[in-house]
Design a protein around this ligand. Structure first.
Ligand SMILES: Nc1nc2c(ncn2[C@@H]2O[C@H](COP(=O)(O)OP(=O)(O)OP(=O)(O)O)[C@@H](O)[C@H]2O)c(=O)[nH]1
Length: 564
């Protein structure tokens, strides 16, 4: 088989004119493949067939484009057939997505087939002309169907995955990915001729529309996806506006193409879409360079696949590719890889966002916990202070009457351990201090005396209380009776020997002290203990003040009630 072509610039030649053309006017077709790209002309192909065998041979002549508008075949052997996608699919002699006719050549016979190629959009498909035996053709169809089945199957699975996640997660990246994937699925389905064959076989115009619309949809959804994924609006606002403008122009070009009036609109559609894809690929490269990491790198690898696929298809149709390349299969392969990589990337991106959100939430709750703990600690300290205040006398800072009651009760229930003593200390003639020097000096004298008594009690490891106006108490650990008397004497002396210094001179302060020793083996109520200590104090007062008296030694009984 040899294939030649001739360009009919005025589109006015009929098959009779073509048949009369001299061989010199025909140009051989490289690789038997028509690559006329964008042109307003009509093209004629001459397919010269020879049977060198002594038997008749039946062959299938295939024109490998599913979407070329007009393919008219004239043959002495097979008659005239219109097989482009501008005539209903059912009129094709063979029900194949790529126009195919059956020819039977006589033994040692030869025949020419004339093919008229034309287009309404001004863009010629890449059309390989192939001659098959019936067996070869059947095998090729099987292999093609298998590969395309794999391709569409994998796209469909990814689409289900994308749609499910879009619905469940309501994540914009999954939504734009699903839109892009749907457009890719529809566009390739139409481009491979399956829409025309299975869905609208009697409506050729729809085939043309579907192709233009789905192609534009593919470019626009891919731009939408890349814009969202790369966050172009935020990072490259100028590019975002440029892309919007180009997308608008692309939409207009598509609508003009649909009206079928100006052929040149197709010449706009192709470069516009390539420009959009090239800009987005550049943007992906800049992002990958700015944010190094395998996510950016994978996106950079995946994203330009679409540019390469579509660019190669057009370049092939325009005869710019120097080698014979079946772009249909390359397109399927690259598309599948791209969609899978993008699927992985957006899943990864989504899970990273999710993890960031979760860790932010746990940070917040950790922060809240820390704040609550700090607040609890503050409250504890405050509580402690309040407790302290409840048991302290504000003027002298000593433990107060309530604290004394508590210590006295404890003294009552102590049944083992060392002997202890309750010591009551009452300042002598305090009323006269108030009367002579006033209450302010009285207060000063009280604080002074309280400080001396407390320090003295601390020296013998006791506890000191202010139980009344000028009355103090101490709980001491009593070694034995003489030891206890010596300790109380020490307290008395320390006070008596440290007069309060006033501007007018020094003011001596003395105290009378009553002691009650508490024997742990012998039970006495707190009331009894207190009354006996108070009686001893009373005795000290009576005996002339500024002295220590102990209960049980020369004792009298006191009726003083327990301090409330
Ligand atoms: N400035 C001042 N005086 C107080 C305070 N609490 C009690 N007083 C006074 O202490 C005096 C106690 O007087 P009295 O109970 O008669 O006993 P006294 O004068 O010390 O005489 P004796 O105890 O018998 O030696 C009263 O005048 C109270 O007003 C106080 O917080 N500040």
């Amino acid at each position: 088989m040899r294939v030649f072509y001739i360009e009919d610039g005025g589109s006015d030649l009929a098959v009779y004119d073509i048949a009369r053309m001299s061989p010199a006017q025909w140009h051989p077709l490289t690789d038997n493949t028509a690559r006329f790209g964008l042109s307003d002309s009509t093209f004629w192909l001459k397919v010269s067939l020879t049977n060198h065998s002594e038997y008749p041979r039946t062959r299938l002549l295939e024109f490998g484009s599913a979407t070329q508008d007009y393919i008219e075949v004239f043959s002495e052997l097979a008659g005239h057939h219109s097989m482009g996608d501008r005539v209903p699919f059912s009129q094709r002699p063979l029900q194949s997505v790529t126009p195919t006719i059956e020819l039977t050549l006589a033994p040692h016979g030869s025949s020419d087939v004339w093919v008229r190629l034309d287009t309404a959009s001004g863009f010629f498909e890449w059309i390989p002309v192939r001659l098959h035996t019936k067996e070869e053709w059947a095998q090729t169809q099987l292999a093609q169907n298998f590969l395309l089945g794999m391709f569409f199957g994998s796209l469909a699975i990814m689409l289900v995955y994308g749609l499910t996640l879009s619905m469940v997660l309501k994540n914009i990246n999954f939504i734009t990915y699903s839109a892009y994937l749907s457009a890719a699925l529809i566009c390739t389905f139409v481009y491979y001729g399956f829409g025309f064959r299975w869905l609208w076989p009697s409506w050729p115009t729809l085939n043309f529309w579907a192709l233009q619309i789905s192609y534009t949809g593919l470019i626009l959804t891919s731009a939408l996806f890349a814009e969202r994924f790369l966050n172009i609006r935020q990072h490259y606002p100028v590019l975002h506006r440029l892309l919007q403008l180009l997308s608008g122009l692309l939409l207009v070009a598509m609508l003009l193409t649909l009206t079928g009036v100006p052929r040149a609109t197709m010449a706009m559609l192709v470069p516009l879409s390539m420009l959009i894809l090239a800009l987005l690929s550049g943007c992906a490269a800049v992002t990958a360079w700015r944010l190094p990491g395998w996510t950016s790198l994978l996106f950079l690898l995946a994203w330009p696949s679409l540019l390469i696929c579509i660019g190669l298809s057009f370049a092939n149709a325009l005869n710019w590719v120097p080698i014979a390349l079946d772009t249909k299969y390359l397109l399927s392969g690259l598309f599948t890889v791209e969609m899978q990589l993008l699927g992985i990337l957006i899943s990864r991106q989504f899970y990273r966002l999710r993890n960031d959100l979760l860790s932010a939430r746990s940070d917040t709750s950790r922060q809240t916990n820390l704040e609550v703990m700090a607040r609890n600690r503050e409250l504890e300290v405050l509580n402690q202070k309040l407790k302290e205040q409840a048991y302290r006398d504000p003027m002298t800072g000593l433990r107060n009457r309530r604290s004394f009651r508590y210590a006295l009760d404890k003294l009552e229930i102590e049944v083992s351990g060392q002997a202890r003593a309750l010591v009551l200390i009452d300042l002598d003639h305090f009323k006269s201090i108030n009367d002579r020097f006033g209450h302010q000096v009285g207060d000063k004298a009280l604080k002074h005396a309280a400080g001396i008594i407390d320090r003295a009690v601390s020296l013998v490891h006791g506890q000191c209380f202010r139980v009344g106006g000028e009355e103090f108490a101490a709980m001491l650990t009593a070694p034995d009776q003489p030891g206890l008397a010596a300790q109380c004497e020490m307290i008395r002396l320390r006070l008596a020997q440290a007069p309060l210094t006033l501007t007018s001179g020094s003011l001596p302060i003395t105290a009378s002290i009553g002691i009650k020793m508490v024997d742990p083996g012998q039970f006495e109520s707190s009331r009894q203990i207190y009354q006996q200590a108070d009686a001893a104090l009373y005795r000290a007062k009576r005996l002339g003040r500024n002295r220590v008296c102990e209960a049980g030694i020369g004792s009298e009984f006191s009726d003083t009630p327990l301090p409330a």
